[in-house]
Design a protein around this ligand. Structure first.
Ligand code: PMP
Length: 403
């Protein structure tokens, strides 16, 4: 067979969907660049600059020739130590630096983790709604995502009973994300214990994404699931990073923590793909994790204020149902009550179409729930300025009240 008759793109990669959240963000940015006054609730990133002392540490690192060379794939020894110390400080979990692999962001840690754990056909329990990257990373590793629905009434959380009906002899991993993207749901300690017990009883691995651990409100605490797993860290891989906590999305530093054999295997994989993470960004991360943590609290308080504001404004819109999120920086309202209404001659049959109408007519970008496996919902990030937030929701309210 000649190359001409074969597909140009491999089936594996052709099957990967575009990131819906990045697509919406790009569309909003393109409209903005064309001079349209669009307010974007799409991006999952803090609007703050990275704290100054972190930027300064990076500037110093730039000038240091030690950082101009290849360094160990698994991460700078000082950073792996700082991550181990931070994990004890913030999660109460004792780990060794050899259990840490520094990656190019949390996304890369997720990719490495699934590639390291899954064989073709292995199933992963993925509570719904889920962040868009997980199913793609699972499928790229040959695994099969098995979606476990939740409901508004359960606060978008799943219970062991929900998980039980989707588990099979092929299930290998259970994904646990608390606080959640896209819902902001935070599992209580006892709910987390119940999930850990379920995983232990079924001999499942846990992939715990803890990237929003510090963004919790109203006294909610994100329990690190390995601390309540009777097996300890033996069957858990933790994914974390500096992006959300320190307003460092563009620096691309994350990490995975796991049993030594898993981390050693994932390090081998990374040694053939990206090698060490940029040394300057690693040095900045050491400063972030070991330095003054007070700006984290200042940013958390700003998010908390915006959380209350966005939820109260959304709840004023007729037929929008918005639970109060306990963590992260997203609101996840149910909007199916607005389907089939007339908006200046346009009608939506689903949340994707409704998001299109809102972007065209109100000049506001939101991410439709289809991106997270749950049509009928919107995700709105409240990591934007108070003024934009207020103006954006007012525009949606005005459209709905006219419709
Ligand atoms: N996990 C979750 C739940 C996220 O929302 C994100 C970012 N949107 C990440 C991981 C990855 O973050 P990064 O790759 O920027 O570190």
């Amino acid at each position: 067979m000649s190359t001409e008759s074969r597909p140009r793109i491999s089936a594996r990669v052709a099957a990967v969907a575009e990131s819906a959240t990045l697509a919406i963000d790009a569309k909003a940015k393109a409209l903005k660049a064309a001079g349209v006054d669009v307010i974007g609730f799409g991006a999952g990133e803090p609007d703050f600059p990275t704290p100054h002392f972190i930027v300064e540490a990076a500037a110093r690192a730039c000038a240091d020739p030690r950082n101009h060379r290849y360094t160990p794939t698994a991460g700078l020894p000082e950073l792996r130590e700082a991550i181990a110390a931070k994990t004890l400080r913030d999660s109460g979990l004792t780990i060794e630096p050899s259990q840490v692999l520094v990656t190019n962001g949390g996304k890369h840690a997720i990719y490495n983790a699934f590639a390291t754990l899954l064989d073709p056909g292995d199933e992963v329990l993925v509570p719904e709604p889920y962040w868009t990257t997980y199913p793609e990373a699972i499928r790229l590793a040959g695994g099969v995502p098995v979606f476990v629905p939740s409901s508004v009434s359960s606060g978008y959380k799943v219970s062991p009973a929900d998980l039980e009906s989707y588990a099979s002899p092929r299930t290998k991993v259970l994904l646990f994300v608390s606080p959640s993207n896209p819902t902001g749901a935070v599992y209580t300690r006892s709910e987390t214990e119940a999930i850990a017990k379920f995983a232990a009883d079924h001999g499942l691995w846990l992939l715990a994404d803890e990237i929003y651990e510090h963004l919790v409100y109203d006294g909610a605490i994100a329990t690190s699931i390995a601390t309540v797993d009777p097996r300890g860290m033996d069957h858990t891989v933790i994914v974390n990073g500096v992006a959300k906590t320190y307003a460092m999305t563009g620096w691309r530093v994350g990490w995975m923590i796991g049993p030594k054999d898993v981390v050693a295997a994932a390090t081998n994989l990374q040694s053939h793909s990206t090698s060490n993470v940029n040394n300057i960004a690693q040095r900045a991360t050491i400063a972030a994790l070991t330095g003054d943590q007070s700006e984290v609290e200042v940013m958390r308080q700003a998010f908390d204020r915006r959380r209350r504001l966005i939820v109260s404004l959304l709840r004023e819109i007729p037929d929008v149902v918005c639970p109060m999120p306990d963590g992260a920086f997203y609101a996840y309202p149910e909007v199916s009550g607005l389907f089939r209404r007339d908006f200046a001659g346009a009608r939506a049959a689903n949340s994707s179409e409704l998001a299109g109408i809102i972007l065209n007519q109100a000049k506001v970008a939101v991410v439709p729930g289809e991106a997270f496996g749950t049509p009928g919902f919107f995700r709105l990030s409240y990591a934007l300025s108070d003024t934009d937030l207020e103006e954006g929701i007012k525009r949606i309210a005005k459209l709905v009240n006219q419709g």
